[in-house]
Ligand binder design. Structure first.
Ligand code: ARG
Length: 280
């Protein structure tokens, strides 16, 4: 089992997508993941007006214009604040520290990456959670400060610790422009897939440590489909997991995509924000 953190869309200067796809390939001995109309894996197209808090995190300078520079997802939690995954800002992904990426920006209000809707807003500042551990991917969260405020209508409320939205079995949705098949089929339009909050035990068993990674319940959240077929995938990282209209997680890592035995692992947003003193 190979853990795939930050494997998608890694590599500076528009790494050829073929290479990216190869890097994202799941080992062959697995059940074929999801069908062609999946997303994220097993999802459907959604409109930006219905989920205005989802943004693309993008740099044409680093990733080229083929996907408008999109390389991760993000979520608007205040008019000038976007949460994304800390690993999205790693050197492994960007090829440079974020402050050296001159055109780092978010695309808000646009579902079609190559369309002209919505707006592109430069990132003024990027702050990685102080407790982020790139080795274990614990506390995989970063706060982007935008150079211009979005309308309040873009903001989603974050669930606080103990919110029922975190309960095992809660229905949730994950959003993104990532791989829809697990074989490097990146979406051009925003998609969402239904998943369930799963018990910590499920991920603890799936990810006991070693090459597959270790699940850490205090900073991570387990979600997916115990039958397989609905999941986030490469390129979705940093994007939102939403339950009951509240933000509960950010796409972080997993083994393969959409596999029954390997759920998605998300950043437990409430816990990591709290460790930052709830200061955005
Ligand atoms: N690390 C991936 C990214 O950078 C996200 C992987 C999520 N995988 C999963 N099976 N849920 O885009």
């Amino acid at each position: 089992m190979r853990r795939t953190i930050a494997r998608a869309l890694t590599g500076p200067l528009a790494a050829p997508l073929a290479l990216v796809a190869a890097a994202a390939l799941v080992p062959l001995a697995q059940p074929a993941p999801a069908s062609a109309d999946s997303v994220v894996i097993g999802g459907r197209p959604v409109r930006s007006v219905d989920s205005p808090w989802v943004v693309a995190v993008s740099s044409r300078d680093r990733f080229g214009g083929m996907r408008a520079g999109q390389f991760c997802g993000g979520v608007v939690v205040a008019p000038t604040k976007v949460l994304t995954a800390a690993h999205c800002l790693s050197r492994e992904v960007l090829g440079a520290p974020p402050e050296q990426v001159r055109d780092l920006h978010v695309i808000a209000g646009r579902e079609q990456l190559l369309g002209s809707g919505g707006q592109e807003i430069p990132v003024q500042d990027a702050k990685v959670a102080p407790t982020y551990d790139p080795r274990t991917n614990s506390a995989d969260l970063a706060v982007l400060t935008l150079s211009k405020a979005l309308p309040a209508s873009h903001v989603i409320r974050t669930a606080s610790q103990g919110d029922t939205a975190y309960r095992t079995g809660a229905a949730a949705e994950v959003y993104g422009w990532g791989d829809t098949t697990g074989a490097g089929t990146y979406a051009y339009a925003l998609r969402a897939a239904p998943v369930q909050v799963l018990a910590d035990d499920v991920c603890a068993r799936a990810y006991p440590g070693g090459v597959g990674g270790r699940y850490e319940p205090s900073t991570m959240l387990c979600a997916g489909d115990e039958k397989g077929g609905h999941d986030a995938c490469q390129g979705d990282s940093g994007g939102p997991l939403v339950a009951g209209g509240r933000l509960i997680g950010l796409v972080s890592w997993g083994s393969g995509c959409g596999r029954a035995d390997s759920p998605g692992v998300y950043t437990r947003v409430s816990a990591v924000l709290r460790s930052m003193g709830d200061r955005l």
